[in-house]
Design a protein around this ligand. Structure first.
Ligand SMILES: Nc1c(NC[C@H](O)[C@H](O)[C@H](O)CO)[nH]c(=O)[nH]c1=O
Ligand SMILES: CC(=O)[C@@H](O)COP(=O)(O)O
Length: 156
């Protein structure tokens, strides 16, 4: 019989969630943040268990995520941002650096560090993924945080 483990979509009362959100394109990131908070609370997290930290741009997400993970008093870090392509390749450097930086935090501290960063070509694509027809990447990150924490609890 194959043993399978999956996580419950109900936050544990001991879970503490840190959300790091970037202000660049805050028309979008504010919606990602609200989606994340709404999803966490709808799935059992108390408002008191959620802390929010604002940074300038997506490129600053990993350094704050690392500091929070290193402190050892959060269960998961959700990183929310919206990178929208301009006229140059700048967005590519940001996107790859942020993704790698957040993955490094996750693996270095064994704390779920969720990639809730939109990497879009247009503002329309971003809005579609911040509560529009393509969902809300912040809400997705919140669900992934809750489920991953439960899987980790079942392993250790
Ligand atoms: N163009 C976008 C940026 N650029 C700013 C960088 O994230 C960073 O703050 C700056 O390079 C200083 O280190 N940031 C976004 O979040 N979204 C963008 O579309
Ligand atoms: C992704 C960004 O940093 C964006 O603002 C850069 O725009 P541009 O490529 O036109 O300099």
């Amino acid at each position: 019989m194959v043993q399978q483990t999956s996580g419950k979509l109900i936050a544990d009362s001991e879970d503490r969630f840190a959300i790091v959100v970037s202000r660049f394109n805050d028309l979008v990131t504010g919606k990602l943040l609200q989606g994340a908070i709404d999803t966490l609370t709808r799935h059992g997290a108390s408002e008191e268990s959620i802390s929010v930290y604002w940074v300038s741009g997506a490129f600053e997400l990993p350094v704050v995520a690392e500091k929070l993970a290193a402190k050892g008093d959060v269960s998961a870090v959700l990183a929310l941002g919206a990178v929208i392509q301009g006229d140059t390749d700048h967005h590519e450097y940001i996107n790859h650096a942020v993704a790698q930086g957040l993955m490094t935090v996750s693996q270095k501290f064994s704390i779920p560090t969720l990639f809730g960063v939109l990497t879009c070509r247009t503002m329309e694509q971003a809005l579609d993924r911040a509560g529009g027809k393509a969902g809300n990447k912040g809400a997705e990150a919140a669900l992934a945080a809750i489920e991953t924490l439960d899987v980790l609890r079942q392993i250790s």
